[in-house]
Design a protein around this ligand. Structure first.
Ligand code: NAP
Length: 495
């Protein structure tokens, strides 16, 4: 994925979006209590549409439908090759309906259309196609044991998967759960984020068109504190796949732990991006800017902490203060926009608060630092803050906005120690021309993924996930399939 990728987005128009309903057992329904919730367009702050606001009884119905589909629809027993055909069709339909998906996701999240097409929609299609291939690899193996027997393992689906996703990459993060879960023969109940639920509803339509049987995918829109909580506690859910903040993830893992349910936890991040003294400076500055403005900084794997060798510190701060004000911020539907609005008022307020803390802690604002008034919407200037101490909360905590802190170091050991000094461990990266250093430092960084000489190189073939407070379990890659299957051993006596 690349911010500079040429993409034709000239055909994407701001959409009119019909009110959304729940998708349960292959049918569109209103919530039992007839509740509805406004969905806001972050580029204007105005209501974009409404969706059904589910509660416990709707969740019960979705879990019952998913259970029935698991037990009776034949989905779990389909040969992997048949499930693969359906998942490949989903990939094709995502590509065919790309304009509609881009328009919906951009309007709901505030993503620039160019980014949304090149990254969100493309990655979702690729994930379904990658998982179609994985569906054909769900297999066991024979084992030799010293008694007369035929011993083998079977890899079986887990049952009903409860998927909970965050606001920032709705399409990608629902695909990273639903595609491997379906590939392995599970059924799914998906609760998208309450602010950004619209692409999940479109995906229910797309997967149905692709041939996914009724009840195999159910989408229940509603709040985390009601529907999310009910999903975590529901005895009919066999596995929880959660992406979100470390705070809510800890709560979710505790509930799942009490019920001994397997979980995948993709949680917060606060990556360090190290620029060594031998780095290609132009490339490093380009990667640093991409790392913190990508998705308006609402990127768990963004690079909000730039650690620069002291010999380059002034040059890098100077280059960033020159380049960052030129990054195009504005209407997500303008193809030239690189940074759109933040997804909601609460996210913008959080960023403002961290910039205030940074100033209080002695940080020097060298670019941005303010809310942007573009006639409505939740815009914040891409912001660079130099000279902060490593213990400032603006360094240690996840800001989750278009804010970069820049600090200096003198030695490789110091850089690694600073990089590893936060509670998080999702992504990390370094800029160097020294191959030995690249391998040496990559091995020492506490992170699920390390990038060298670029940022945000992600692909459905590459597993990602966290260590420390960034969670556990992996999405993407063949590893994802393991998270949605269980191994059964069968030993048949030949005596
Ligand atoms: P969040 O507040 O933790 O919400 C995540 C999801 O959990 C939402 O669907 C939310 O529903 C739901 N939820 C809230 N309270 C719940 C409860 N009591 N029980 C069950 N579910 C509940 O996170 P966010 O603000 O949407 O997303 C940003 C965070 O996600 C950041 O920390 C970011 O780093 C992390 N993230 C991690 C990854 C990764 O791969 N590791 C990827 C993307 C984002 P509502 O929306 O209705 O509140």
């Amino acid at each position: 994925m690349s911010l500079s990728e040429e993409q034709n987005v000239s055909t994407v128009r701001r959409p009119h979006i019909e009110p959304g309903r729940l998708f349960i057992d292959g049918e569109w329904r209103e919530a039992d209590a007839k509740g509805r919730r406004d969905v806001i367009d972050p580029s204007t702050g105005k209501v974009l549409t409404t969706v059904a606001e589910a509660d416990d009884s709707d969740l019960d119905a979705a879990v019952a439908a998913a259970r029935k589909a698991f037990d009776e629809s034949g989905w779990a027993q389909l040969p992997g090759r048949e499930r693969a055909r359906i998942l490949n069709r989903a990939g094709d339909i995502i590509r065919r309906r790309a304009d509609e998906l881009v328009a919906t996701e951009s309007a709901n999240v505030g993503k620039p259309v160019s980014l949304c097409r090149a990254v969100d929609v493309a990655t979702a299609a690729e994930e379904y196609e990658y998982c179609a291939a994985l569906a054909q690899t769900v297999e066991g193996s024979t084992r030799q044991i010293p008694i007369p027997s035929h011993a083998y393992t079977r890899r079986e689906p887990l049952g009903v998967v409860g998927a909970i996703t965050p606001f920032n990459f709705p399409l990608i993060l629902s695909s990273s759960k639903i595609a491997p879960a379906l590939a392995a023969g599970n059924t799914v109940v998906h609760k998208p984020a309450e602010e950004t639920p619209l692409s999940a509803l479109l995906m229910a339509e797309i997967l149905t068109e692709a041939g996914v049987p009724n009840g195999v995918l159910n989408v229940v829109t509603g709040s985390g504190s009601v529907v999310g909580e009910a999903l975590l506690r529901h005895p009919g859910i066999d596995k929880v796949a959660f992406t979100g903040s470390t705070k809510i993830g800890r709560h979710a893992a505790a509930i799942a732990g009490e019920a001994l349910k397997p979980v995948t936890m993709e949680l917060g991040g606060n990556a360090a991006h190290i620029v060594f003294e031998d780095a290609d400076l132009e490339k490093a500055i380009g990667a640093a800017i991409k790392g913190f403005v990508f998705n308006t900084g609402q990127f768990c794997m963004g690079g909000p902490r730039l650690l620069v060798h002291s010999s380059l510190y002034d040059a890098v701060v100077g280059a960033l203060s020159g380049a960052v004000p030129g990054v195009p911020v504005g209407d997500p539907f303008d193809p030239a926009t690189v940074v759109g609005p933040m997804a909601g008022e609460r996210h913008l307020a959080k960023v403002e608060e961290y910039v205030r803390i940074a100033k209080e802690d002695g940080g020097r604002i060298v670019a941005g630092g303010e809310r942007l008034d573009l006639g409505g919407g939740y815009y914040f200037q891409p912001t660079v803050i130099a000279d902060l101490g490593n213990d400032s909360r603006a360094v240690q905590e996840e800001i989750f906005g278009p804010v970069l802190t820049v600090q200096s170091f003198d030695t490789e050991d110091e850089a690694v120690a600073m990089a590893n000094s936060t509670p998080y461990g999702l992504a990390s990266g370094l800029q160097t021309k020294d191959v030995a250093r690249a391998h040496r430092v990559a091995a020492r960084l506490q992170a699920g993924i390390v990038w060298v000489n670029d940022w945000a190189m992600l692909d459905p073939a590459i597993p990602f996930g966290g260590v420390k407070q960034s969670g556990f379990g992996r999405e993407y890659g063949p590893e994802a399939l393991e998270a949605y299957t269980k191994v059964k051993s069968v030993v048949i006596s030949l005596a």
